[in-house]
Structure formats: C-alpha cells, structure tokens
Design a protein around this ligand. Sequence first.
Ligand SMILES: [Zn+2]
Length: 374
Amino acid sequence: MVYHMAKAAILICIDGCGPEYLRDARFIRHLGNEGFSSTGNSMIPSVTNVNNVSILTGEYPEVHGITSNYYYDRATGREVYMESPDFIRARTLLEVGADVGLKTALLTSKDKLRSLLNRGAHISFSAEAPPGWVARRIGDPPHIYSVDVDIWLLKAAKEVMLRESPDLMYVATTDYAMHKYAPQHSEAKRHTRGIDEAIQELVEEVERHKDEFLICITADHGMSDKRRAVNLELVLREHGICSKLNPIIADRYTLHHMNLGGAVYIYLEDLIDLPRAIEVLRDTEGVEMVLTREQASRRFHLDEERIGDIMVLGRKDYVFGLINEEVQDISLRSHGSLHEMKVPLIVNLPRSEISEELQENKDLAAIIVRWLIG
Ligand SMILES: [Zn+2]
C-alpha cells in the first residue's frame, strides 16, 4: 500500500492589512522569520474584490476580469456590484484544487466576498451566515462591523480544520478594523493580536492533522489616513464636461468609507472631451495620476472593457467620490491608490524555495499550486 503524505495549504488574506499592522504579530512574524517574509505589491486599484480575485486566481485583472468592486456597464447603463462569480474569467485555486480531487474550503467575513469567490469550494461560509455547528462550537459570530468578526472567522477556520480536514483553505477577513483604526490604536492592536493568536491555534490544529502544511499570509491592500475628498464629476461639470464617476471602492457595506476611495474610473458622456478632461483633472487638487483607458489598462494590467475612459489615482491623503461639494475636509481611512499597494507576503517555506518569483500578492497562487499539486 502506498502511503500518501497528508498535505494542507492555507492562504489567508487579511483585508486592508498594510505591513505596519503586523509589527506586533508575534506568531506571524515568527512564521516569516523561519520562512519567507517580505513586502510586496497589490494590484491597482488597491481594492478588495480586484485583489482577492487576483490572489485566488494568480492572475492580473486583465485576465480574470474583476477591475472594480463596482462596475458600470455602459452598454446597458446599469451599475452592478462585481460580486457574482460569473464576472471571473479565470480559474480559482479552489477550482484547480477541486479538479484534482482535493477537498477545498472558503471562509470569509463578508458574505458578498464568499459569493464572489465560491467556485470550486466544497465547504464555504461567511461570518454573516455560518453553519449551525460552527456557531455551537465557538459561539455566534460578532457583528460584521466589529473588530472581533475576523478573530471569530479564524477560530472558525480552526474548527473547519478539526472537523473537515480540508487540503486547501482560503480565508479572507474584512477591513473594517483597518478603516476604523490606525495601526497604533489599541483596537487595531487588539485586532492584530486576536488574529495572530487565532492563526497560531489554526496552525497547531493543522499540525495535528497533516504531515506537511503550507501557510501563506498576505493582504488585498493597505490603508491610509485621508484628509480631503474631491468630487471629480463636479469638477468636470464646472468645466462644461459631462461625465459619470465610478467610485471603484463602492460596495454595499459603506459604513466605514462612505464610498470614498483613492482611485476612480470616469466615463465621459462625449469622448470628444477626453483631452480637455485629462487636462482639467491633472490640474485638480489631490490628483496624482490621470490615465486614459489604454494607459491604465497597460500599466496596471486591467481589462479595457471593464474600466472607464479615464482612471484617476489620488495623492496619499486624498479620496474621490460623489460628495455634495467639489472639495471637502474629511477624516477617514481608506484605500484604492498607489499609496495602499504595499502588502505583506509571508510563507512558511525557506527563501531559497521561493526565489524571485514572489513580488505581488497574486504570485502566491503559483507557489501553492506547485507545492500542493506539483
Ligand atoms: Zn479590502
């Protein structure tokens, strides 16, 4: 009889976790020190759905098709949330694993992310709608707008490992804590500590079930303090240019960022305005970079069909969105721009086995496939 080594790969995306949030994460740092730890890049725009799908497919947005949390379909004039798996054109790690007979699991804090990433998952639930047996083991999940919900989710991951022993598991938290608290805030520290301890317990559980395990920890994007908001639609209108602004960050859970993010797509009513719109935007407060559809698509590997005529990226302390005035003082933490693209890359494999290939969060997928499937 041939004995097959029992292996498990766990990929954890800590939503909004810029490297600065992990400074006091004792166990995660230990994993990195023993294995591989570096700071890499997220996809741009640095928003949740785009990056979760890149992490889970190992592909750029031009391949997988998710370019925003939110999508304006010009042909129909409809605006839709990109939360259906039908938008994803690439195969996810979970599908690849399931196809070769591995048992796969997907756990997310938000249910909308679960429904987006669900393909190929044998076991899948969110902290918003967990199965009864999990709640009986570790209690009901805390509210989705809480620091504790992510800690609960990682405890749930341990329970899944104990009961189901999956071969491949993806866990994605939510960024509520990071939107709300800077890294030095005591609540942010409590969040990090809770996640760190829960990951340690999860790893200890994995070690009891499997001969070998791979754990990869990254983030979909970081987070910055934002002080000023600009409504670029109003700015353009002031110059006689009619446009429609797509706040890339927009989602149904808007409590903590009011749909104000560091990047937007702009759809012009008349393309004849393109050169002048670009000129106006380049002169606008808070604007760091203005790109045409083609430039944005080339530079950030985005699907041209699913972005606006113009992409605008903001300076570090600026956000864009549909506020009532052209410019407004604000105080919130958000993301979307180039300033939130630094993410941790932590893998419990020796540096020599990873080499140069690991530069971006999406590169973890290939490492997992090679380690788990060969
Ligand atoms: Zn996020």
